[in-house]
Design a protein around this ligand. Structure first.
Ligand code: ADP
Length: 268
């Protein structure tokens, strides 16, 4: 999925990236995508079993998006089939009072995945340079130093055995309007509607800028960002599945060899 990987040093402007692109699976459509996703899920599940058995490395998947971008659905659809015992999904909301009395990475680091596990961050420490920067929740001189902290923090995780992929689900403003309207119109989606999302929508341009800067500043060789076109959910799911499969395949995982001589054992 190199086409969506942001090479280090690239200056990212999300406005130039098409949320409706489907060039990686141009011969597919919604109805044909499901069996393909199913095959990918099986592959992902097989890879996760070796990651778990090997227990030497971990995978951290950071997922960010504007509201209605499809974070929850992607996590559900791509990771269903993977052994739930080996996956930790953590959502990061508005920090608690206790969390605000610490540095912003304090609450994040403890959720970094243990060896053998896949950790999924549904929102993440990137909120501390997104919502925080857009609204100046702390002074600029404070949040502007965070890109450097984040690069260092992620390098620490990588050096200690974690592979990181960061995924921005990129939807268009028009698509968000349709999805928010659907939340209002459909009683089974009403619960997801939050009036606060409308305020964030008004800040769309500021968020695009903040995302662009954050991705530009923190997409590195070992901790890359992927900006994934997200207006079509079936497409997004396939692309995210491939990103995870490629990340796990890249680890060169193998089942550990049992050092005991197993010949002598008889199961009665
Ligand atoms: P989601 O929208 O991801 O489904 P919530 O409805 O719980 O989940 O929203 C989480 C909210 O928490 C978002 O509005 C997000 O901007 C906010 N949030 C997350 N991290 C921070 C942070 N560090 N500082 C301030 N707000 C944050």
């Amino acid at each position: 999925m190199n086409r969506y990987r942001i090479a280090p040093g690239t200056s990212v402007d999300l406005r130039t990236i098409d949320p409706r692109d489907k060039s990686a699976f141009s011969d597919l459509s919604k109805s044909k995508a499901l069996p393909v996703l199913e095959t990918m899920r099986r592959e992902l599940s097989a890879l996760q079993r070796v990651l778990w058995a090997d227990a030497q490395q971990s995978l951290l998947v950071v997922i960010q998006a504007m509201d209605t971008g499809g974070k929850d659905g992607t996590i559900r659809k791509v990771l269903s089939g993977v052994n739930p015992q080996g996956v930790d999904v953590v959502g990061f909301g508005v920090p608690s009072e206790e969390e605000l009395r610490h540095d912003y990475l304090w609450r994040v680091h403890r959720h970094a995945p243990a060896h053998g596990r896949i950790g999924v961050f549904n929102r993440s420490h990137y909120e501390d340079v997104l919502v925080v920067a857009v609204n100046n929740l702390v002074p600029e001189e404070q949040w502007s130093k965070r890109y450097g902290h984040i690069r260092d923090f992620e390098r620490l995780l990588v050096d200690e055995g974690t592979t990181i992929v960061k995924i921005m689900l990129h939807i268009s403003k028009d698509e968000q309007r349709d999805r928010l309207q659907a939340r209002l119109a459909d009683p089974s989606k009403n619960y997801k509607f939050n009036p606060g999302d409308l305020k964030v929508r008004e800040q769309w341009d500021a968020y695009m800028d903040a995302y662009g800067t954050a991705i530009t500043e923190t997409s590195t060789e070992t901790s890359p960002w992927f900006v994934v076109p997200a207006d079509r959910k079936w497409y997004l799911n396939l692309v995210v599945a491939v990103i995870l499969i490629e990340a796990l395949t890249g680890l060169g995982l193998e089942y550990p060899v049992n050092e005991q001589n197993l010949d002598g054992f008889i199961v009665t």
